[in-house]
Design a protein around this ligand. Structure first.
Ligand code: DGJ
Length: 704
């Protein structure tokens, strides 16, 4: 991997393991994108810097391909930067000034407006091993007057000309997140965004583009993801000349801010990547990139029990102790008490914000439960929702001015709660203090950090005085600062990001989160679709999945325990059922799955995922994991419905060594038969699925 500058040709080449990224400085002094894809010879691309025009309506086609184009002149595409100078001029002409290479992996390009002392630095940090390039910008106001920033995006990604562009992205809703969608992109814009104050369940800041023909195992795929947990925006814009550009960053909606003299602003990172091996390769690169460069702590997840679905708000120490005893018997390693342990919290109508242990529910203090849990050999975890407050709480009665509000309006109640303005220094200090007290006082090894509503009435935008960025942005920055500080103060505590399910998962929060809660929908069949969509962008090593009741409370579907466990074993295994009601047989069966999971979890969490079959295409879904040392393989197969005479009998594996021999355990009468990788990949592994909602887990070990 290298960053090369061809001074004479005015070309920059970022060479990653299996891809090249090229741009150059054209005769106007703007930074023009040239190429992104399979490796090429950079020197031969100098000719592409020539200016191109079409008519007076399309005077400068290169402007569509600027690496970081400001709004001004004849640039009508989505701008990366739009400003208003103090004298009212709103035209930006960013010209190349120079570059710097910091260490081996950081290229900084310096741009400056042709007249005003506004400077932009574009950072490129290749993670070459994964063919991923991280980009962000810093804008400096070096003048004596303030500059209003209307829009500042993290990066623009230009794709090579393809005969067709197909977008893959996810959409969703509460309890139905990460639904995969594909669509051809025609001329014009497709906008993916959140204006809800957090990442949101309706869209997620990740995209993939191909020519409409890529599949799981083949084809060129360009992809990207934003490291931001607040309002975000990605604009995919196809020009009338067939070029596709993706501009993304913090959503400019309601977010203009002032950069005072001498101040600077740094955007979050927007990563982009390229693979030639289809969507499977894309996901594996993203997973490895996240594992190696983004995520904190260990990849191995403890098997947890969470009592939310069993007790909801009716948390009582004796009941929790009883659940803990059963959980320990199943082999659970972490016992988590969810919502309902604090203040006057016996429903979602009161208590949120009062982070003291409820003395009626815990007459002996939380210590009593923690001691019991620890005594059973498990560690203890706790749920919090620090950004929210019920109007019926002591916190709100003391600080009614701490919530988001406009002075002339009633705040919108969602789930009977309001949202604290985390951007206020005193609110930030309150959250940091109570979390610190909680973690100092009790032996807590895990925090599930929830947020159960969207942002409304985000008042208090400073109209003239500069107070950093907009309210929307400050909330997220303070959230990150709190998480960073808590991780620093309590390095042994693990954190989970949750927002009523999977509404706050992105590369930004993942820098601080050990694991993520992807959906409140725990029905194992619904969940397979949600988990599959999630896996396109994010690593299974963070994806927490619980085994819950059958029939399921949300959709009444009945599923065998085996199916529920196999579905939950695709990520970090948790149990959320009312296990106190489980029969001795169910407990014994569950205990065996937990034991098996502990044996294979390193393959799932640290290995590589191959999506072999999907319910999107038929009645079989199948997922394969290969351990990092390539010695162990775990295959899961799920059958939705059995049709007489048309059952699926074989599944072809992927990513094996064709001439290596693998021993199969748990397959269809093949337990002692070693199989060559070539056979497993081409003829396929026999399956024994029979009946509706049947599932199977097969382990293979490489022998030679
Ligand atoms: C939403 C979460 O996603 C659930 O798992 C649970 O923690 C509830 N909030 C508690 O209020």
């Amino acid at each position: 991997m290298s960053i090369a500058v061809l001074e004479q040709e005015r070309l920059f080449e970022i060479r990653m393991k299996h891809s090249s990224y090229l741009f150059g400085i054209n005769e106007q002094g703007t930074v023009q994108h040239l190429y992104w894809g399979n490796p090429v010879e950079a020197r031969e691309c100098a000719g592409q810097l020539a200016l191109r025009s079409h008519s007076s309506f399309d005077p400068d086609l290169n402007r569509n391909m600027e690496e970081y184009g400001g709004w001004g002149g004849s640039n009508y595409t989505e701008p990366c930067l739009k400003v208003r100078f103090a004298d009212g001029v709103r035209d930006l002409k960013l010209r190349y000034e120079g570059y710097e290479i910091i260490g081996d992996h950081h290229l900084v390009l310096r741009l400056r407006d042709a007249h005003y002392p506004l400077r932009v630095e574009i950072s490129y940090k290749p993670a070459g091993e994964y063919d991923v390039l991280e980009r962000y910008v810093t804008v400096y106001n070096e003048g004596e007057d303030s500059v209003r920033i209307d829009q500042v995006m993290a990066a623009a990604w230009s794709l090579p000309g393809l005969p067709a562009y197909r977008l893959t992205h996810v959409t969703g809703r509460w309890a139905g997140e990460y639904q995969l969608r594909t669509q051809p992109l025609t001329e014009g814009k497709k906008v993916l965004e959140s204006r809800q104050g957090f990442t949101g369940p309706h869209a997620n800041p990740w995209f993939a583009i191909d020519n409409g023909k890529a599949d799981e195992t083949s084809g060129n795929v360009w992809f990207g993801a934003l490291a931001w947990s607040g309002n975000w925006k990605m604009v995919l814009e196809k020009s009338a000349f067939g070029q596709l550009r993706i501009v993304g960053g913090i959503n400019d909606f309601d977010s203009a801010f002032t950069l005072e003299a001498g101040e600077s602003y740094t955007s979050p990172a927007f990563i982009g990547g390229f693979v030639s091996g289809g969507f499977g390769a894309m996901s594996r690169n993203l997973h490895r990139y996240q594992s190696q460069t983004i995520l904190p702590g260990s990849r191995i997840r403890k098997v947890l029990y969470n009592s939310w679905e069993a007790t909801e708000f009716a948390v009582k120490v004796e009941d929790q102790k009883a659940l803990a005893r059963v959980a320990a018997g199943l082999g659970v390693e972490r016992f988590v008490v969810d919502d309902g342990w604090f203040g006057a919290r016996s429903s979602d109508r009161a208590g949120l914000g009062d982070w003291t242990v409820n003395p009626e529910k815990f007459p002996g203090g939380l210590e009593e439960l923690i001691e019991e849990v620890n005594g059973l050999g498990m560690d203890f975890g706790l749920w919090v929702e620090p950004e929210s407050v019920n109007p019926d709480s002591d916190l709100y009665r003391q600080h009614p001015d701490w919530v988001y509000q406009f002075p002339t309006r009633e705040g919108t109640l969602l789930r009977n709660q309001l949202l604290l303005n985390l951007g206020k220094p005193e609110v930030k200090a309150f959250v940091l203090d109570f979390m610190t007290r909680l973690l100092d006082t009790y032996d807590i090894s895990f925090i599930k950090w929830d947020m159960n509503r969207t942002v409304t009435e985000p008042g208090n935008i400073p109209l003239q005085a500069h107070e950093g960025e907009s309210v929307w942005v400050r909330h997220v920055e303070h959230l990150y600062e709190i998480w960073a500080e808590l991780r620093h103060r309590f390095p042994e505590v693990e954190f989970e990001t949750c927002a009523g399910g999977g509404a706050r998962i992105d590369l930004g929060i993942m820098r601080f989160a050990d694991q993520v809660w992807i959906s409140d929908n725990t029905d194992a069949r619904d969940r397979l679709t949600i988990q599959e969509g999630f896996s396109y962008a994010y690593s299974p090593s963070v994806m927490m999945c619980w085994v819950t009741e059958s029939p399921h409370g949300m959709n009444g579907r009945s599923l065998p325990l085996s199916f529920r466990f196999h579905s939950a074993m695709l990520g970090g295994l948790g149990i959320g059922a009312n296990i106190g009601r489980w029969t001795a047989e169910e407990r014994s069966e569950a205990g065996q799955y937990v034991e098996l999971y502990k044996e294979i979890r390193h393959v799932i969490s640290e290995g590589s995922l191959y999506r072999l079959a999907s319910f999107e295409e038929g009645d079989l879904a199948s997922y394969q994991y290969i351990s990092r040392d390539q010695q162990e393989i775990v295959v899961f197969a799920f059958q939705q419905a059995q049709y007489f005479g048309s059952g699926v009998t074989r599944i072809c594996l992927q990513g094996l060594q064709p001439d290596a021999v693998y021993a199969v355990a748990g397959g269809a009468g093949t337990a002692d038969t070693p199989w060559h990788g070539s056979n497993l990949m081409n003829i396929g592994l026999p399956l024994t699925l029979r009946g509706d909602y049947a599932s199977q887990l097969i382990q293979l070990k490489r022998q030679a």
